[in-house]
Design a protein around this ligand. Structure first.
Ligand code: SF4
Ligand code: SF4
Length: 262
């Protein structure tokens, strides 16, 4: 990530479909907010300012999944204008909880919620992560991203460095913290599958990880699936739990799994 000579980095923060929790997280950096706006040239951030500019950017942070035709166009426009596009938060990196496994499942959900209402201003499309439509340079997962993760990213970006990566699953930190393993007690924890970055905050409090940082690199879904089956959970319950925050990224796994077990 190169600095724009001695000029401030031009940053745009954009929200597609989601709860806006990642944008809110930035606003929640109350002690650092003035410094953030002084250190970087925040060109666009609808939640924080009204004089937004759609110009060339060094970095675009894109939150939310792509859920309408208008968002596809908006995203492609951002890609054209930004040197670096960052998928910001789990909806952008993995599709979030609104992403469904299949087009049929999504159609069914859409009908249940909206019935036969005709949408006039844009057309809804199956919610997907942003890299289904554009090339993405960096991924900052989390639902929402954590404050430390965002500030760390920003400080490193201002210095021209790439963000820190979190290669381990939640279990590694959980073990460092000497927690009793919840899986061994028959509680369906997704720590082995989930990228760490949160410091294993849930199992630290005896609550199972439900996967909000998205799948860890190289996560062994098959092994966790059989383990949960052994603990007495059925396929639908396991699928629902695993898919909650993995969005469309687990579709292939379950389709293959279903075929093999038929
Ligand atoms: S409690 Fe969860 S995160 Fe901790 S070691 Fe067990 S499976 Fe992993
Ligand atoms: S432990 Fe799991 S569910 Fe809890 S914050 Fe971390 S990644 Fe999210």
């Amino acid at each position: 990530m190169s600095k724009n000579n001695d000029k401030k980095l031009k940053i745009g923060i954009y929200e597609l479909t989601g709860c806006a929790g990642d944008g809110l997280l930035i606003l929640d950096c109350e002690m650092e907010l003035v410094d953030i706006f002084q250190a970087a040239d925040i060109q666009s951030f609808l939640m924080a300012k009204s004089d937004n500019i759609d110009g060339e950017l060094d970095i675009a942070l894109v939150e939310g999944s792509v859920s309408t035709e208008r968002e596809i166009e908006e995203l492609k426009d951002i890609r054209k204008r930004a040197q670096v596009v960052v998928a910001f938060g789990l909806c952008a990196t993995h599709g979030g909880i609104q992403a469904r496994f299949s087009e049929e499942e999504w159609q069914k959900n859409l009908k249940e919620v909206y019935g036969d209402i005709e949408m006039s201003h844009t057309k809804a499309v199956h919610s997907k992560p942003i890299d289904e439509y554009i090339d993405v340079d960096l991924y900052l997962p989390g639902c929402p991203v954590s404050k430390d993760q965002f500030l760390n990213f920003l400080v490193r970006a201002l210095g021209g460095s790439p963000p820190e990566v979190y290669p381990n699953p939640v279990c590694v930190t959980c073990k460092y913290n000497e927690n009793d393993c919840l899986l061994l007690k028959g509680i369906p924890c997704l720590g082995p599958l989930t990228a760490d970055g949160c410091g294993a905050i849930c199992p630290n409090h005896n609550v199972p990880c439900y996967g909000c940082w998205g799948p860890a690199e190289g996560a062994n879904f098959t092994s966790e699936f059989y383990l949960l089956q052994e603990k007495g959970f059925d396929m639908e319950a396991i699928k629902k739990r695993m898919a909650n925050y993995s969005g469309t990224k687990l579709q292939e796994f379950f389709e293959k799994f279903k075929k093999e077990s038929q």
